[in-house]
Each structure stands twice: as C-alpha cells, then as structure tokens.
Ligand binder design. Structure first.
Ligand code: ADP
Ligand code: ZN
Length: 518
C-alpha cells in the first residue's frame, strides 16, 4: 500500500507537498468533487497526478490545448508514469496504439480534448474501462463568467451523471467568485469543495497612488531604483515610446516594447532586459508572457489594467527570486473611464459587458482599499482569513478615515433627484452648482441639492464617487451608459441608517493653493 507522500517522493522526487497540495490530494482520494484554484506555477498538476497513481482505474485529464497535453505527458513519462495524450496533432498509428494500451489497462493517465472525450463513441468506449477520476484542466473555460469560455467545455457537465462512480476534480488558475461558483455548479451539480491556494506573494510590496502628473510621479519613484531592473506598463504603444524617451533623457537604460515594434527590435530589447542588470522595460501588456527574469524588482502601472486577473498576472513578474520587490500602480479615474469605454465598445453581448464591468469594479475597489491591500487582492481570488500583511502601502501608512456620511448623502441625493440616469460628471456639476447647458435644460438648477457641495473642489467629489463605487454604495448602470445608481447600502446611507467612512481625500498642494486663492 502506498500513500500520497511516498508517491510524491518515489515517483516525482519531491520531499514535501506545497501548502494546499496535500489537502487537495486528500479531497480527491476521499471522493469529494474538488475545484482547485491556484496560480500558474503553484503546482496544480501534482494534485491530480498523485491521486491518479493511487486510484484503481485510469484517470482521464481534459485539457484544451494539445501543447499542454504533450508537455504533461512528457513530464510524466520522464518520471516513469504510463501516460498518453490522444489528439489530432499526433500520427494516427500512435493514437491507435495508445488507445489499445489504454484499453488494456496499461495507461494510468490519458489526456484528451473535451470535444474528443464528449463524443458518443468515446463515452461508450470509456464505460467498460470505468475511469476512476476525471480531471478538468483549465476549468474556467466552462464558465461564461470566465475570460475564455469554450462551448465544447459546457458538455463536460454531463460527466457527473454519465460516470456516477468516477471522481471529479477541476483546476484553474483564474477564477473570481462568480466563475468559481459557476464551475462547481456546472461540473459538480453544486456540491463539492472549492480550494483556493497560493495566490499570496508575500515578498511583493503592493502600492497604489492617485495619478496626478504621471511622468513626474514615475521619475520620483524610479529615482531610488536606478540600479535595478523593472517593468513600466503603459496603455498605448505611443506612451511606451514617449516614456522610454523621457527616461533615457534622465539617464536610465530604458527600452520600449510593444507589438507594433519590429520583431528584431523587440527581440533585441528583450535580450538586453534579460541580460543586463539595470534596465527599465517600458511596455504594453504585449511584454511579459513567458518572461522569466528572476530579479525584476518592480512593476509599475502607469495606467490601470483591465481586470484584477490581468493586474495579478502582470505584477507577478516581479520578485520571482523571492527577494523583496514592488508593485506600484498610478491610478486615476480617467483610466477607469477609458477601461469602461473599451468594454462598452468590445462588440460583445450585454451580459458579457456587465461581467467585465464587475471585474473592473473589483480592481477599482482594490485601488481604493481602506484596509490591507493584500487582503483585498487575496479576497478577490477567494483566499480569505489572512491578517493584514504589513507589506503594502495601506498597512505601512494607513489612510486617515473620516466620516463622509454627510457628503455622501449630498451626492446620493443629487443622484436620486436626477433620476439615477446621469454619470459622475453631471452629478458632480449639480452638487457643485455648475451652470451648464445640460443643467439648465433639465432644470437641475432648481433641485434642492444644486450647489450644496460648492465648497468642495471637483477632485473631492470625484474621489468620493470612486470610494462609493469601490465600497459598494453606488453602482454603475451599464445599460444606462454609466449612470450612477444607489445600491441597497447606498440607500441605507442616504436614509441615515448607515454611516460611511471614507479615506480622507487629500488635495494636492496645487489644489490647496488654488482653493486658498479663490
Ligand atoms: P501549475 O500547473 O499550477 O501551473 P505545475 O503543476 O506545472 O504548476 O508546477 C509548477 C512547478 O512546480 C513544476 O516544475 C513542478 O514540478 C513544481 N512542483 C509542484 N509541486 C511541487 C512540490 N511539492 N515540491 C517541489 N516542486 C513542486
Ligand atoms: Zn497590507
């Protein structure tokens, strides 16, 4: 008789399970349908490969990409495990031979694409073999909530009823709460365990700063980081070149990188970045896939990424050597607005747009976090129960929280009285008593809230809107072209049933001077 730990050591040659792995292995062996969410590189494969070797009967692994299957099979074979992949990229004879071996009970793990598995013929052929375990890799593909829905994954929902005696496990690296629940509902019929592990990167310092003058802020940030390498992410190709130029003029070894550059230039810049020790790569998101430079000390975002998943992936490139590294984002409301426009214009259906807006909201909430940023990040990925990290800007320098109830009520009252049909710009105009054509036309200057908030500058109200959105007191009505609406907790604040604490919205020095003058 063997146990998971001895398999881990004797077959895979590792001393111990990583945190989380052993628990997942146990769940699978117990027969609990298990969805495991772990970031790339955390070691998902072992979590099903170890049980596969302990169970009677073969394991079927469903994987969307033939290249992934081939890698896994090669790695397993190198460890002496009888594994095979059957797919259209292989010679027919090889597929036939492996299928024969599988039916003869000589293969422990068989990798298949969902479309090959879910044919009537394949399912019928598998029944007498009685697989012990079905593993769905890249399980987020089953969910329309995920970023990469694949229709052929949807049919996998039938496995549960078709093979009631087999265990089920699913794996993914990216799944927000809605996606996770959706995967479990589809594959397991609702039950089962969801295990989230390994998202924390404790050596990464997390910071977000409001964006005022991005270039000056960047130069200030880099000033003490001249002798290390990092990545500065920009939104557009044009920006990467302009910022790289600014940095070069300041004496940095800075290189641009984006998909519009000549392939030879891209390759050269990447090689320099990999080889030298103090290079700033100023890049669009085109840069990063497959970059494994262990000593990237910082990742700066000059513009807000499109989602929490994207942000997590991009900052994850820093500090792979485990030594201290930093993730710094400069963030402004205009970025968020631009991201919303991207979503609205992406040509997808409304349901898709709503989901993407929600993902963006999560990132906004992270930017406006009033408590430990790492806890906010981990909570998004489903890892809860940790303590404040002490290694983020909020932990190190907690924001002053002040009572913002009265101001929020002014804002919310303006939103309600204008029918919850207007975006932030117009509502703030109303609150501040602006005299615009839109206001006059609609008679909004006759509202009791018109001008009540004139004593506060525009940035204050913008900051308040952001925090109310981040805190779930307001939401954006997507169908209503980004109109602000009250949520139930916003309503509670308006009616005085709940109070609202906000970050003290600090005005820039310039802003204060201007205020004094007027
Ligand atoms: P994922 O599928 O989550 O992206 P992999 O399963 O490919 O990650 O594992 C990433 C790397 O970590 C692999 O090289 C794997 O061999 C290694 N690894 C996984 N588990 C352990 C462990 N318990 N001890 C040491 N190395 C491990
Ligand atoms: Zn923290």
């Amino acid at each position: 008789m063997s146990d998971p730990r001895s398999i881990l050591q004797s077959v895979f040659g590792f001393d111990a399970f990583r945190p989380g792995q052993a628990g997942i292995v146990d769940h699978i062996l117990d027969g609990t349908p298990t969805l495991c969410v772990m970031p790339t590189g955390a070691g998902k494969s072992l979590c099903y490969q170890v049980p596969a070797l302990l169970l009677d009967g073969p394991t079927i692994v469903v994987s969307p990409l033939t290249a992934l299957m081939d890698d896994q099979v090669a790695a397993l074979k190198a460890n002496g495990v009888a594994a095979a992949a059957i797919h259209s990229g292989r010679m027919r004879e090889d597929n036939v031979e492996d299928w024969r071996r599988f039916q003869a009970g000589e293969i422990k793990l068989l990798y298949l694409s969902p479309e090959r598995l879910m044919t009537g013929r394949m399912l019928a052929a598998l029944e007498p073999v009685a697989p012990a375990l079905f593993v769905v890799d890249e399980a987020h593909c089953i969910s329309k909530w995920g970023a990469s829905f694949r229709p052929e994954y949807e049919q996998l929902a039938a496995l549960r009823t078709r093979f009631p005696g087999a265990r089920l496990a699913a794996f993914t690296a990216t799944a927000d709460a809605a996606t996770r629940e959706d995967i479990a509902a589809k594959l397991f019929g609702g039950g089962g365990e969801i295990v989230v592990h390994g998202f924390d990167r404790p050596n990464l310092f997390l910071g977000v700063e409001p964006k005022a003058k991005a270039r000056a802020q960047l130069l200030d940030y880099l000033k003490d980081r001249r002798d290390v390498s990092g990545i500065v992410y920009c939104l557009s190709r044009k920006d990467t070149e302009a910022i790289a130029e600014v940095l070069v003029a300041e004496g940095y070894r800075a290189l641009p990188y984006h998909a519009g550059l000549d392939a030879a230039v891209r390759r050269e810049n990447q090689e320099i970045f990999m080889a030298e020790s103090a290079v700033v790569m100023v890049a669009t998101i085109a840069f990063g896939m497959g970059i494994d430079k262990p000593d990237i000390r910082y990742v700066v975002h000059l513009a807000m990424p499109g989602s929490m998943e994207a942000y997590y992936q991009e900052i994850g490139r820093a500090g792979r050597d485990g030594r201290p590294a930093e993730a710094m984002m400069f963030f402004g409301l205009s970025d968020a607005r631009m991201r919303r426009q991207f979503i609205d214009q992406d040509g997808e259906d409304d349901a898709h747009k709503r989901r993407e807006h929600k993902r963006l909201d999560a990132l906004l909430a992270y930017c406006e976090a009033t408590r430990c940023r790492r806890l906010a990040l981990l909570a998004y990925f489903g890892e809860t129960g940790g303590k404040p990290c002490g290694n983020c800007d909020v932990c190190v320098d907690p924001p002053q929280l002040v009572d913002g109830t009265r101001e929020a009520q002014i804002l919310m009252s303006a939103i309600v009285r204008t029918g919850q049909r207007f975006g932030a710009a117009h509502v703030i105009d109303v609150v501040r008593g602006a005299d615009t054509e839109k206001i006059r036309e609609r008679g909004h200057d006759q509202l009791p809230t018109w001008g009540v908030g004139a004593d506060r500058p525009k940035p204050f109200w913008q900051g308040l809107v952001r925090q109310c959105l981040a805190g779930g007191f307001l939401e954006l009505d997507i169908e209503g072209f980004g109109a602000l609406k009250l949520t139930p907790s916003g309503d509670a604040v308006l009616k005085g049933r709940e109070r609202l604490e906000i970050r003290e919205i600090t005005l820039s020095r310039q802003e204060k001077r201007r205020q004094k003058m007027t």
